[in-house]
Design a protein. Structure first.
Length: 184
């Protein structure tokens, strides 16, 4: 029987969050090496200041899930392509639940905005490369890292967990997904 996900959360003033956890040059450098860079509406570069974006809100509620990987999936090393597919398959249901919870929080908190965990998966292909508007602009959300937050530092210092990564073709004991709710 798989272990259930564990919910993680921490709220702090946006000014403190930006001062201690937003590092736009660091995150921009990481994003710029990704194959998704500039190809998805949720990925940089953006036509707005990320630093100014954060200041529209008074508080940040980090909200995450610790998703456990069964021992049977961690036993044997997997080729990189299979490993990535397995990782995506494993995390998809937890990410969907996390986003549903964040959308519900957003609906119950007027003026708030949910931020996703990782890339957008709403459409099979994004319209950004064609210069067309987002098909799901009402549900599209930027990720915490795309807006410049250092997720590893947030998870470690604020949520009390360590990010683990696949090593030697093996999945880790758990993954941590982290989104957020920006509160006016």
């Amino acid at each position: 029987m798989p272990r259930p996900d564990i919910s993680l959360s921490k709220e702090l003033p946006t000014a403190d969050f930006v001062r201690d956890y937003v590092d736009i040059p660091l995150c921009e450098n990481g994003c710029s090496h990704c194959v998704r860079y500039g190809k998805y509406w949720t990925c940089p570069p953006f036509g707005f200041s990320r630093l100014e974006f954060w200041t529209r809100y008074s508080a940040v509620l980090l909200y995450g899930k610790k998703v456990f990987v069964s021992e049977s999936l961690r036993r044997e090393p997997l080729p990189d392509t299979v490993l990535y597919d397995e990782w995506e398959r494993l995390l998809a249901p937890s990410k969907k639940r996390l986003m549903a919870e964040l959308y519900a929080m957003e609906q119950s908190t007027p003026g708030s905005l949910a931020l996703s965990c990782g890339g957008c998966g709403l459409c099979a292909s994004c319209t950004r490369p064609q210069g067309e508007p987002c098909r799901n602009s009402d549900r599209m959300r930027w990720s915490v890292e795309a807006l410049g937050a250092n997720v590893e530092k947030c998870v470690s210092e604020l949520l009390g967990e360590k990010l683990l990564w696949a090593e030697g073709g093996k999945l880790p004991e758990y993954f941590v997904l982290m989104g957020a709710l920006l509160i006016p």
